[in-house]
Design a protein around this ligand. Structure first.
Ligand code: NAD
Length: 290
């Protein structure tokens, strides 16, 4: 526990509901302590009703910024002064920076995913990703990948409320970037096989593989996973999902959601403090190497 907090420390918030289970306060404060920088990160229970006042509070109290999580990621955009292109395209913000009262909204989830690939030595620029999912995580990844120069993205999702939303995002990306983005029904197994066959990376960005769907995988046929395919899962608990287990058995390089989580947090810290995060140290402190 830090015992040197004085009147110069700056506060960074996390506005979400529910939020008490979040790993972010521990992760962020571990980094601030290690870097010996005067910041403190605290979680606030903020639902959609409280959100407008909470955002006013960022300005009134002079918070350095705030993280934003469910259910506020979309709603918060309308209360901010500026949005990055990724937030404009995805319609979701997970990070607010307060620069002398001007609030800018960022989305670091996609940044975290792309950085995780880079750090793992996976070059995806000018190549193709197949992604399973169309919710918050998938949308952030698809948008950032398209902005960063991925050549093609094939998205597969069940026909639920996420489907028309990701179709609208895909349309925008096709108009505004050089990336070719297309959306398919998850039930179309022939198309899925075809798209994975010429992808460099396969990404699961659904909850299938974690509780209450632990032990399940949207890919059931291991022959879809050729040895030179990189298979990633946004899920970090369990560390090895059924999909990653299958991929490992096929000889694929696999990456779980820990890297995405760590690097999205590091991107937030860069925005708020300008500092680079000691990733290996955090992994060790948070028990992520186990
Ligand atoms: P979400 O609720 O916004 O989206 C859920 C997605 O899963 C949708 O595409 C939905 O259609 C799909 N889905 C749900 N049940 C399904 C089923 N039975 N069959 C097929 N598809 C199904 O959730 P989200 O915020 O996008 O999170 C998705 C996953 O990514 C979660 O496991 C979450 O823990 C993880 N995540 C990880 C990070 C990270 O930093 N590693 C960040 C955000 C989310």
């Amino acid at each position: 526990m830090r015992n040197n907090i004085d009147g110069h420390f700056l506060l960074i918030g996390l506005m979400a509901y529910p939020i008490r289970h979040s790993l972010s306060p521990q992760m962020q404060n571990t980094i601030y302590s290690k870097l010996n920088i005067p910041y403190v990160y605290l979680a606030f229970e903020v639902d959609q009703q409280k959100l407008p006042d909470a955002v006013k509070g960022i300005r009134a109290l002079g918070l350095r910024g705030s993280a934003v999580s469910m259910p506020n990621k979309q709603l918060v955009c309308q209360y901010l002064d500026k949005l990055t292109p990724a937030v404009e395209m995805s319609g979701a913000c997970n990070t607010i920076s307060n620069d002398n009262g001007v609030l800018t909204g960022y989305n670091t989830d996609g940044i975290g995913y792309m950085r995780m690939l880079k750090e793992a030595g996976v070059d995806i620029i000018d190549k193709k990703i197949t992604i399973l999912g169309a919710g918050g995580a998938a949308t952030a990844i698809v948008v950032q990948a398209a902005l960063d120069g991925v050549k093609e993205i094939a998205i597969f999702n069940q026909k639920d409320e996420c489907y028309p939303k990701i179709e609208a995002v895909a349309k925008k990306l096709n108009e505004k970037t050089n990336c070719k983005v297309h959306v398919h029904e998850l039930a179309d197994k022939d198309q899925l096989r075809k798209e994975i066959a010429n992808s460099t990376v396969l990404c699961n960005a659904t909850g299938v593989g974690m509780k209450p769907m632990e032990g399940q995988s949207l890919i059931t046929d291991p022959t879809l996973l050729r040895a030179d395919l990189v298979v990633t899962d946004c899920i970090y608990s369990p560390r090895k999902t059924k999909l990653l287990e299958m991929a490992e058995q096929q000889g694929c390089k696999t990456l779980n959601g820990i890297g995405m989580m760590l690097w999205q947090g590091a991107a937030q810290i860069k925005i708020w403090t300008g500092e680079d995060s000691p990733i290996e140290y955090v992994k060790e402190q948070m028990g992520f190497n186990d």
